[in-house]
Every structure is written in structure tokens, then in C-alpha cells.
Design a protein around this ligand. Structure first.
Ligand code: JCK
Length: 265
């Protein structure tokens, strides 16, 4: 996969050259190209922002440098794509985008190229997205419901989540297979040696060697954690996957089964 990122802080993306994704680039599995938006601003001060029409606080990113930067990226991206393919994807991190999820990471990992446009200030002049829509499949995407200072941190998170799904990037692909079969619950807790540490013991069942019992205990932990930390993940969930023991735990946690769905009592 080829990934292009446009930013006024290209150095911000440097950590994407480290670790797992750094290795993926050395192995030719991932091509990462980071571009400086200011290289496409040609006035004396290489200006990329201006005051907002309609008033209000802060500054807005000017459209012209963005169009020149994206045209430049598009030229190299299209050179490496089949003419038969769809338009390439342009991801625009935005607090007003659809929320980035693992499902979206899987979807985007299928693409041959991804382009990311990192805004700063109060964001990018909206006309850039309209204009880009004629050349790209534009996806405004939010990392989550909190406010960042720009798109760079969101791109780091998204590129890491997508990059680790590319074939050959994760050393032990079994962990990816396990993940893809994950049941919509939070993870169970994990432990390693020593079995007793500063007065805290590993749960006995994990030392028992009884794999059936361990599997049941882990599922119960998943249910308890999900009910405590993310109860909305259980609301309306299909009850079919939960067996007798699990339904007993769910009842204890305040859930009932109504018409085959979990509901909080
Ligand atoms: C891209 C500029 C900064 C800060 C105005 C926001 C009410 C607008 C993001 N999950 C995420 N949170 N924030 C971003 C993100 C922030 C960005 C840019 C992404 C470009 N900024 C900024 C404040 C505002 N308000 C809420 C008004 C932009 C992602 N992905």
C-alpha cells in the first residue's frame, strides 16, 4: 500500500518510520510519503491560513495550497494505479467526520493507496473537499469525540491501525486472525510471570491447565469488563452467542434477554 500525508508539520509524522511500520517500509509492504503543504504556498511568507468568512475565532486553511498539494500527490498516486480502479481515497481528519473504527480500518486496508490531508487551525476551507470530490473518494474521519489541535495525531493512529492489517506487517498473523474473530466484547485481562508479585496473585484458574475452564473464565471477564466500562456495547446485542453460564453472569450484571436481545433491566 502507498500512503501519502500532507501536513504543515511533516516532522510530526516521523514516528511512523519506527517499529513495526518502519520494518514494513523496509520490506516494501508500505510506501509512506509525507509532503509539506508549505511547499505549495508561493507568497513571500508561504501563507497557508487566513481569517474566516463570517467571523469567529481562529484561522482557516486557504484552499489554493491544498489544491496544488493534492494535485501533486494525485499525479504520483495515479501513475501507480490501474486506470480501471475507482478514484483514490482522500481521508480528511476532522472533529466533524465519521468516527474511525476497526471496521473502517479493515475497509481502508484493502485500498492500494490512501491520501491523508492534515488540517490545523480551525480546519480546511470546505471548498477543498468539494473540489477534491471530483478527483478522490473523500472521507472526513474523526479519531473520536474529543478535540485535537490538528489532523496529524489522528493520522498517526489511523495509519498504525491500517498498516498493521496489511499482509506480512504483523509478525504473528495468528493474533490478527484472533482479533478478526473477536466477539464485540472488551478484551479479557492478561498476566505473565511471576505468579505472585508484590502481594498480587495471578488468578488460580490460569495456573490450572484446564483450558475449558480458562476459556469460560476469560469470557466471563470479558462480560464483566464490558458491562462495567462499555455497557452500551451490550445493549441490544444478540443473546444467541451466550450460553447458560454467561446468561447467569449477564443477569447478575443487570441484563435480561428480551426477544433474543440483551436489555438492561
Ligand atoms: C483535524 C484542525 C483543530 C480545533 C472547532 C471543534 C467544536 C476545529 C480530530 N477526533 C478529532 N478531534 N479533533 C480532530 C481534528 C482537529 C483539527 C483538525 C482533526 C484540523 N483541527 C480544530 C477546534 C475546532 N471545534 C469542536 C468546534 C478544529 C480528528 N480526526
Amino acid at each position: 500500500m502507498r500512503i501519502d500525508v500532507v501536513s504543515i508539520f511533516p516532522e510530526y509524522l516521523a514516528p511512523l518510520r519506527l517499529s513495526l511500520l518502519g520494518r514494513a517500509q523496509e520490506d516494501g509492504l508500505l510506501q509512506l510519503e509525507v509532503h509539506d503543504l508549505r511547499d505549495f504556498a508561493f507568497d513571500r511568507h508561504r501563507t497557508v491560513d487566513d481569517t474566516p468568512y463570517g467571523g469567529g475565532a481562529g484561522m482557516v486553511m486557504k484552499p489554493e495550497p491544498w489544491s496544488l498539494a493534492l494535485e501533486s500527490v494525485l499525479e504520483s498516486v495515479l501513475a501507480g494505479r490501474d486506470a480501471s480502479e475507482d478514484k483514490p481515497i482522500l481521508i480528511v481528519p476532522s472533529p466533524a467526520g465519521e468516527v474511525f473504527t476497526q471496521a473502517l480500518a479493515y475497509e481502508l486496508a484493502e485500498e492500494p493507496t490512501l491520501t491523508f490531508a492534515c488540517g490545523r487551525y480551525e480546519g480546511i476551507d470546505e471548498r477543498v473537499l468539494d473540489w477534491a470530490g471530483e478527483r478522490f473518494r473523500v472521507r472526513p474521519v474523526s479519531l473520536g469525540d474529543y478535540v485535537l489541535n490538528g489532523g496529524e495525531v489522528a493520522v498517526m493512529a489511523m495509519v498504525e491501525a491500517i498498516g498493521r492489517l496489511l499482509p506480512g506487517v504483523v509478525g504473528n498473523p495468528e493474533s490478527l486472525v484472533e482479533e478478526s474473530h473477536s466477539n464485540g466484547l472488551l478484551e479479557y485481562p492478561v498476566y505473565t510471570k511471576p505468579s505472585s508479585w508484590r502481594g498480587h496473585d495471578v488468578p488460580e484458574v490460569l495456573l490450572s491447565g484446564n483450558h475449558g475452564l480458562i476459556a469460560r473464565w476469560r469470557r466471563e471477564q470479558q462480560l464483566r469488563r464490558t458491562a462495567a466500562r462499555r455497557p452500551e456495547l451490550l445493549d441490544g446485542a444478540d443473546a444467541a452467542p451466550f450460553g447458560r453460564d454467561e446468561r447467569a453472569v449477564l443477569r447478575e450484571l443487570g441484563y435480561d434477554v428480551v426477544a433474543g436481545r440483551l436489555v438492561r433491566g
